[in-house]
Design a binder for this molecule. Sequence first.
Ligand code: NAD
Length: 451
Amino acid sequence: MENYHSLVKRQKAFFQSNQTKDLSFRMAALQSLRTSIQTNESELMAALKSDLNKSEFDAYSTEIGVVLEEIRFTLSRLRSWVKPKKVRTPLTHTGSKGFIYPEPYGIAFIISPWNYPFQLAAAPLIGAIAAGNCAIIKPSELTPNTSEIFAKLIKEIFPEDYIAVVEGGIDTSEALLQEDMDYIFFTGSVPVGKIIMEAASRNLTPLTLELGGKSPCIIHEDAKIKLAAKRIAWGKFMNAGQTCIAPDYLYLHGRIKDVFLRHLKEAIKELYGVRPLENPNFTRIVSEKHFQRLCSFLSNGDIYSGGKTKRDKLLIEPTVLTDITWDDPVMEEEIFGPILPVLVYTELPEVIEGIRNHPNPLSLYLFSEDKRVQKEILESVSFGGGCMNDTVYHFASPYLPFGGVGASGMGAYHGKGSFDTFSHQKSVLKQTTSFDIPFRYPNIKNGLQKI
Ligand code: NAD
């Protein structure tokens, strides 16, 4: 196992030189990152095409564009975020002032997955830089072309002592976890999240876990059916369903079942074509192993639409499965592919019970015009975040911190949330020396003392 001791030691020394804490240093770093992404845009797109067959539209709208927007948002607000915040003091602290200083942790270790291989490596890095940290990023080995371009891009603009990308697989990740990092930011699966948390506990390293799970999408009987179908087809099948916040399964009200499914089929056709496997822009499944795993679900229930596959190209059609129950294998784990099982319900309590009986989802989507139904779901079910009458879109708002709860993760990022995640809140009381209030001392009469 390779030893990253020297890299970590050099980054610690760089951090301790205090350069990264300077606001203009951080702003300049973010500006360089932005320029470099813009300069390398076509190379990044080509890498995403070869790793996942992502179209230019998808590569820009779900990866490059998202990262550039996050940089723009951060640059426009960083000056105010870095300022110490003055807070109130209670009567017992008369004469003193309270401040909260956001302070960088030191070295942020970012481990990222393959499904949005550029965005999920770069977006946390923006937070780490903005907060004044050094960073080591371990991107996914399953998307080697994107990881390579990312490593090249970072190497061109930052010294390794400040920001380093270390390419490699599980061994590399494990070797880096042996080092004394100051913060760990992990995006990936639940089982690996547990391993990361255990490793973090060795040095009591604080961490964020951005994990996954089965995100439900409820379509109530009063939903605007056609619009719901289109927004669901978009959120589920983009990136061939390999999105942590994609609707994993539908809870569909029985009364609108047939009409909704017809609209869903139409929406899929409209967005991905009549023969999606022939569509040169349809994202492929990342690996043979995942392809096999997903194909095994195609025998669950009945195929309502889709179902065709192309093994040599690792492609699976957007597929809707009906006649599904919680006992089917497709309902046992996060699907993470273009397969959408449909559960049918008649009363909302069934839905609430079904979701509550499973780990807290990363996202939840509800399509209903009824505010009472929305309130009931919001108050009854715990989930990371989500949308009313849409799917996935909450992810793109920098004003909404993004993260899971329970088994879907801990901590959150995006916008100010990223800056806060990578900052320790250092609370400081600045006391007066003009007088002393003796209440706290034993054996001294109450009253003001002149110093
Ligand atoms: P993964 O957990 O297999 O791998 C993620 C990263 O961890 C990779 O860089 C990998 O090299 C590393 N890793 C794998 N095994 C390891 C080990 N034993 N020790 C140390 N490091 C290890 O996840 P994945 O397959 O790349 O991504 C898919 C998962 O990620 C899905 O569960 C999805 O829901 C989740 N995800 C979550 C979010 C989010 O923002 N919450 C975003 C995207 C993906």
